[in-house]
Design a protein around this ligand. Structure first.
Ligand code: NAD
Ligand code: IPM
Ligand code: MN
Length: 373
């Protein structure tokens, strides 16, 4: 049926501002495309901490496990920076990812032609760019044990007497499943995967390279696979990003490389993501959709935030959770149209000018463009 359950978690800072624009888009699809959405709202991050003393309640966690898709705004902010580590807003987001087992984080970076002059790189380098970073999201140094801050008192040479520990740890199974996601996606694109690690300095990197190669050789020999050290990958991403199609990499490298890729598109406010897990009983993956950017405390509450990353994340929900590929493309085309018309939130305003709009006006323009299509 065309009925979908959604859990919306707006979060902190600009999260609620950009999510309000997504709700307009959802309402439009409900009213005009015969889809019906069963929407519930919840708290995550600092907003949940303020209300319940925890960045994610068990009730919200349970709800996230049973809906067709979770939509998340952003979490965090200076107000919460000094909180105990275990209740920081970011822990709520990481718990959702871990307990839903959302191991494949798809972060597409596309340069819309209207923004090619606005990127901090030259138009010739970014025009037509369409790459997909597949970031492993539930393991690696984000979750590896042992971890913590400990005293190092019996080491007299350590001024300050403390040690901070995190562990990069990957199992072969964790690497194989995210590699499969990357190869599957590549087959539907330009059939190329570049895997990035640091096999030159990390054993986990050697395992990463071997297991990605194993999945390739045994299951996806038709896909063109290359390997690159992640530091070179960062350089290649700004030197000649169009050499890539799909990049598959670990949790931390993927976090860094996707923020860098954002600037190829013009703004961090443009980058959507889908965090996907294993299929549920209905055959659809467990899923959460979230913009790549954070809560942007520097612009929160001013109507300046670009809602496009969050709106394009909903387009990914249409595609990957609801099987509504046509609707997803229509939404992406509406965004493209509005940008082509010169409509710009503050983060997209360059010397070439344009029509400056607020967060809410950008949402309204995108809905209007949907209606015209
Ligand atoms: P950030 O992504 O919030 O902001 C970085 C810069 O990009 C800021 O100058 C901000 O104004 C700008 N920016 C981000 N999104 C924008 C948008 N939609 N429109 C216009 N400009 C935008 O990163 P930060 O400042 O390093 O982190 C702030 C807080 O957000 C921290 O607490 C961090 O942990 C958290 N964070 C959360 C997520 C998430 O919820 N997924 C992601 C990244 C950071
Ligand atoms: C992201 C963010 C998160 C991450 C933080 C807020 C936990 O930076 O989604 O990119 O590091 O994964
Ligand atoms: Mn990040």
């Amino acid at each position: 049926s065309d009925s979908y359950s959604l859990l919306i978690l707006p979060g902190d800072g600009i999260g609620p501002e950009v999510m309000a624009e997504v709700v307009k888009v959802i309402d439009w699809f409900g009213a005009n495309r015969g889809m019906s959405f069963d929407i519930s709202e919840g708290l995550v991050g600092g907003a949940s901490y303020d209300a319940h003393g925890t960045p994610l309640t068990d009730e919200t966690m349970v709800k996230a496990q049973v809906v067709d898709a979770v939509l998340l705004g952003a979490v965090g902010g200076p107000k919460y920076d000094l909180l105990d580590f275990s209740v920081k807003p970011e822990r709520g987001l990481l718990r959702l990812r871990k307990e839903m087992d959302l191991y494949a984080n798809l972060r597409p970076a596309q340069c819309f032609d209207a923004l090619a002059d606005f990127s901090s790189l030259k138009r010739e380098v970014v025009a037509g760019l369409d790459i997909l970073i597949v970031r492993e999201l539930t393991s690696g140094v984000y979750f590896g044990e042992p971890r913590g801050i400990h005293s190092d008192d019996n080491n007299p040479d350590n001024e300050g007497g403390r040690v901070g520990i995190n562990t990069q740890r990957y199992t072969s199974g964790e690497i194989r499943r995210v590699a499969r996601s990357a190869f599957e996606l590549a087959r539907r694109r330009n059939n190329k995967v570049c895997s990035m690690e640091k096999a030159n300095v990390m054993e986990s990197g050697i395992l990463w390279r071997e297991e990605v190669q194993w999945v390739h050789d045994n299951e996806y020999p038709d896909v063109d696979l290359t390997h690159m050290y992640a530091d070179n990958g960062a350089m290649q991403l700004v030197r000649n990003p169009r050499q890539f199609d799909v990049i598959v990499t670990d949790n931390l490298f993927g976090d860094l490389l996707s923020d860098a890729a954002a600037m190829l598109t013009g703004s961090l406010g443009m980058l959507p993501s889908a965090s996907l897990g294993a299929p549920m009983a209905n055959g659809r993956p467990k899923a959460m959709y979230e913009p790549v950017h954070g809560s942007a405390p520097d612009i929160a509450g001013q109507g300046k935030a670009n809602p496009i990353a969050c709106i394009l994340s909903f387009a990914m929900a249409l595609r990957y959770s609801f099987d509504q590929g046509q609707a997803a493309s229509d939404l992406e085309r509406a965004v493209e149209k509005v940008l082509a018309d010169g409509v710009r939130t503050a983060d997209l305003m360059g010397p070439e000018g344009g029509t400056p709009v607020s967060t809410a006006e950008m949402g309204d323009r995108i809905v209007a463009a949907l209606s015209q299509a």
